[in-house]
Write a protein that binds this ligand. Structure first.
Ligand code: FAD
Ligand code: FES
Length: 269
C-alpha cells in the first residue's frame, strides 16, 4: 500500500551535469518497494508547485531508497536545492514495477539517458532472485552524461556503452548496440528512455518475436489512477480498454500492448 512519509535526506549530490542522486531514509516505503515502481515527491514545502513529481526508485535498501534524476524544469530545480539537513515528503510505492521471471536465458536492459534510473534496482533483483547477470546497454549524449556505468559493473553486469559523440563506448545509438547483441529466443528486453528509443526497441523485439517490457513516462497529477491525466493509447480490441493509465496500469507495460505508431519518429540514434 502506498504511504506518505516525511523522509530524512541522507545524501544529495550531483552525479553528472544537471543530474543528481537523492538518498532518503524511508523504511516503510523501502520495505514495500519493487524495482520499476515509483514515488511522488513533494519538491518544496510551499504550495508551489502544487503537484508532486514522479521519480523511479533507483536503488532499494532495507531502510531507504535512492532516486536518480535530471533537472528538467521548476519542480526538479527546487528539488535539487534540498540538503541533507532537510526532510522530503515521499508518497509510494506506486505503479506496478518490472515483471520478474527467471525463465529467460538473457535479460538485456536498454537505457537512454536518465531512463537508466529504474535499472540498478532491477539488475540487483535479477541477480539476487534469478542468479543471472543482466546485460546493460547504456546510451548517453557523451561520456559526461553516462550514468551508473560503474554501479552496473560492480554488480557484475556486462555493460555496453553507446554515445552520440563517440566520447565513450561506441558512437552509435543504444538500439544499434542492442541489435548487435543479437538477442534471440529466450531473451527479455527491458527499455526505459525517450519514447522514440523505446519504440525502436519494441520494433526490434517485435521483429525477433521476443519479450520486451517498457517503462513509460507521462505527466502525472495524482499518481494513483484517479485523474486520468497520464493515459496512453494501447493496442486493444475494445474501445473502452484502449486508454491505459501510466501511473496505475504501468509504468511498466509489455511493449506489444502499446500503440507505438505515433511514437515511431525517425529514431536512428
Ligand atoms: C513513472 C515515472 C518515473 C519517473 N522517474 C524519473 C526518474 O527516475 N528520474 C528523472 O529524472 N525523471 C523521472 N521521471 C520524469 C520526471 O517526473 C519529470 O522530469 C519531472 O516531473 C519534471 O518536473 P519539472 O517540474 O522539473 O519539469 P517541468 O517540465 O517544468 O514539469 C513538468 C510540468 O508539467 C506540469 N505538469 C506535471 N504534471 C502535469 C499534469 N498531470 N497535468 C498538467 N501539468 C502537469 C508541471 O506542473 C510542470 O509545469 C519520471 C516520470 C514518470 C512518469
Ligand atoms: S496521474 Fe492521475 S491517473 Fe495517472
Amino acid at each position: 500500500m502506498p504511504t506518505v512519509s516525511e523522509c530524512a535526506i541522507l545524501a544529495h549530490h550531483q552525479v553528472a551535469p544537471g543530474h543528481l542522486r537523492l538518498a532518503v531514509q524511508c523504511p516503510k516505503i523501502a520495505r514495500d518497494a519493487r524495482p520499476g515502481q515509483f514515488a511522488m515527491i513533494q519538491v518544496s514545502d510551499s504550495l508551489y508547485p502544487f503537484l508532486r513529481r514522479p521519480m523511479s526508485f533507483e536503488r532499494i535498501f532495507e531502510d531507504g531508497v535512492t532516486f536518480l534524476y535530471k533537472v528538467e524544469g521548476e519542480g526538479t530545480r527546487l528539488l535539487a536545492r534540498l540538503t541533507p539537513a532537510q526532510t522530503v515528503s515521499v508518497q509510494g510505492p506506486l505503479g506496478n514495477g518490472w515483471p520478474l521471471e527467471c525463465g529467460f536465458k538473457r535479460h538485456i536492459l536498454v537505457a537512454g539517458g536518465i531512463g537508466v534510473a529504474p535499472f540498478p534496482a532491477l539488475a540487483e533483483k535479477i541477480k539476487q532472485v534469478c542468479g543471472k547477470m543482466p546485460e546493460v546497454v547504456l546510451g548517453a549524449r557523451s561520456r559526461d552524461y553516462l550514468l551508473c556505468e560503474n554501479d552496473f559493473r560492480r554488480m557484475g553486469c556486462t555493460v555496453y556503452v553507446a554515445t552520440d559523440d563517440g566520447t565513450a563506448g561506441k558512437k552509435a545509438s543504444a538500439t544499434q548496440v542492442l541489435a548487435e547483441l543479437a538477442p534471440g529466443p529466450g531473451t527479455r528486453l527491458y527499455a526505459c528512455g525517450p519514447m522514440a528509443m523505446m519504440a525502436a526497441t519494441s520494433l526490434i523485439a517485435e521483429q525477433l518475436g521476443i519479450d520486451c517490457q517498457v517503462s513509460l513516462e507521462a505527466q502525472m497529477a495524482c499518481g494513483t489512477g484517479a485523474c486520468l491525466g497520464c493515459v496512453v493509447e494501447a493496442r486493444r480490441e475494445l474501445e473502452g480498454e484502449k486508454m491505459v493509465r501510466v501511473c496505475a496500469d504501468g509504468p511498466v507495460f509489455n511493449a506489444a500492448t502499446i500503440d507505438w505508431d505515433r511514437h515511431r519518429v525517425d529514431y536512428d540514434r
